[in-house]
Design a protein around this ligand. Structure first.
Ligand SMILES: *[C@@H]1O[C@H](CO)[C@@H](O)[C@H](O)[C@H]1NC(C)=O
Ligand SMILES: *[C@@H]1O[C@H](CO)[C@@H](O)[C@H](O)[C@H]1NC(C)=O
Ligand SMILES: *[C@@H]1O[C@H](CO)[C@@H](O)[C@H](O)[C@H]1NC(C)=O
Length: 465
């Protein structure tokens, strides 16, 4: 089955036949007017070679600039030549609701991600975002997954990414099969987090009456590689499947399986009630479940004057975590390229003050409200508005701020590309930490003036005037 939501494209083949043509022509001409014609041909060949070398150099420079050196200055000079002019904000912003909706019998998937094939982007804006994720080596891909009631995200695994999910709405039953042949199953509801390490087989079944809506973050900036169990089954030769499974009826039983015309990535048979007569949704013990699950909504709230932060991450000092939370924290840290997830609530007019992260790229999705976002890096400041469904990307080290601008709270779900504890520095903290006389010298301002910047007892990470 062709899994269109996950499809990968091979690069277009290069045309090399013209070199052969050149040889044939030159042999014919040799016999006639050797002198003039050969001079002409040598010139032509020289021209061709020069052009080819030129193109090669150009493309090498281009590849270097976009993939190896994410330095903004280099990028800024390349983009206007080789790409259509796109508002620079789209390196940090993706209007996900405008992106392609991949439809399945049981639900839909949308993506904010890097694509190998430029044709897979719907717009130059989407392309700018995808390129930005890839060129910054971001370890970030975002998918939204909507599953209808009783729908099933087919059992599958990812070759090249850990997956971290946040359930926005609904109730689901999750299964994870790891290399110890241990099956861990559990229920998850809105506000909770799921974690599927790279190459663990997992499924998601909507067991509620309403749609499930998941935000899925994957730790890759390349094209996500996924294999669904039904696709693998139908790709396995019948005799091999028969010998492996040893079913009653042997190969004839295997032949009674028929591949569906539609991609069953998110599946929902019309006759489900006939097919499934005795479903049970068991819950594995906590010591297994909490490796793949975190109750983010129920976790400690970090309260600030202007909002609330909650974190599903690894904690160096786990003394404030519950026994189950410690299981998740420790397990996360055992995986390469794991992500940290977080919710950020900012009240109306609240400001998540300028700050940056030492050790992580950041990707976020707006659940509710609206805001003005600013990113300050070596190219200056990029400021733009965000609304429900928008996806943002803050590259590592880039200072950024978020000002809530609607009556409704801004609710952001954030992912950070680190399996370690997130490291952050806020603007007020680093200015307070810098010696007065250093600031005086830097800003051409009397040392005593800096006493005017107050120190607060309460952390002002999210403030409210
Ligand atoms: C239904 O499934 C449960 C657990 O899988 C099993 O114990 C029970 O016997 C089943 N009932 C029927 C009628 O098959
Ligand atoms: C999980 O959810 C299903 C469907 O709502 C329910 O039948 C089952 O009892 C739940 N299991 C646990 C352990 O809560
Ligand atoms: C861990 O955190 C607790 C509570 O915040 C604190 O009392 C303790 O000193 C910390 N331990 C270490 C080793 O930093």
């Amino acid at each position: 089955m062709d899994n269109s939501a996950f499809e990968m494209h091979e690069g277009t083949r290069q045309h090399v036949s013209f070199v052969g043509k050149m040889n044939t022509i030159s042999r014919m001409e040799e016999k006639r007017q050797r002198s003039l014609m050969s001079v002409f041909l040598v010139c032509l060949l020289a021209c061709t070679i020069t052009t080819a070398v030129g193109v090669l150099i150009l493309s090498l420079v281009y590849i270097n600039n976009t993939q190896l050196h994410p330095e903004p200055e280099l990028q800024a000079t390349t983009i206007p030549i080789l790409q259509k002019a796109v508002d620079p904000k789209f390196r940090f912003l993706n209007h996900l609701p405008k992106s392609k909706v991949f439809e399945f019998p049981g639900g839909t998937i949308q993506w904010a991600r890097y694509r190998n094939n430029i044709k897979d982007y719907l717009s130059t804006e989407e392309e700018a975002f995808g390129r930005s994720l890839n060129s910054q080596r971001s370890q970030m891909t975002l998918g939204t997954l909507r599953i209808k009631s009783n729908g099933l995200r087919a059992p599958h695994w990812h070759f090249n990414a850990n997956e971290h999910g946040y359930l926005v709405q609904g109730t689901a039953w999750i299964g994870v099969v790891d290399d110890g042949h241990v099956v861990t199953t559990y229920n998850v509801t809105a506000g909770q987090v799921i974690f599927f390490p790279k190459n663990t087989l997992h499924w998601i079944k909507n067991v509620g009456n309403e749609d499930c809506f998941f935000l899925l973050f994957f730790s890759t900036h390349d094209e996500l590689q996924t294999l669904d169990v039904d696709d693998v089954f139908f790709s396995t030769p019948e005799d091999i499947a028969s010998r492996s499974l040893k079913p009653e009826g042997g190969i004839n039983f295997i032949r009674t399986f028929h591949e569906q015309k539609e991609d069953q990535g998110v599946n929902l048979p019309h006759n489900l009630a006939e097919l499934v007569t005795n479903a049970s949704y068991t819950q594995s013990p906590d010591n297994l479940v909490w490796r793949y699950f975190y109750d983010l909504k129920g976790s400690k709230e970090y309260r600030f004057p202007g909002g609330i932060i909650q974190l599903a991450q690894y904690w160096k000092n786990g003394s404030e975590l519950s026994k189950n939370e410690k299981i998740f924290s420790t397990f996360l840290n055992q995986h390469q390229n794991a992500l940290a997830l977080s919710t950020l609530r900012i009240y109306n007019n609240g400001l998540r003050q300028p700050h940056f992260h030492f050790n992580a790229n950041e990707m976020g999705y707006v659940i509710s409200g609206c805001a003005k976002v600013g990113i300050i890096n070596t190219q200056g400041t990029t400021e733009f508005d965000i609304h429900v469904g928008d996806v943002i990307f803050f590259p590592i080290g880039n200072q950024h701020y978020i000002k809530s601008a609607c009556d409704e709270d801004l609710l952001f779900i954030l992912a950070f590309s680190t399996g370690d504890q997130l490291q952050t520095l806020d603007m007020d903290d680093y200015l307070q930490a810098t010696a007065d006389h250093i600031l005086a010298q830097l800003f051409f301002k009397k040392q005593s003036e800096f006493k005017k910047i107050p120190k607060f007892k309460e952390d002002q990470a999210i403030n409210l005037p």
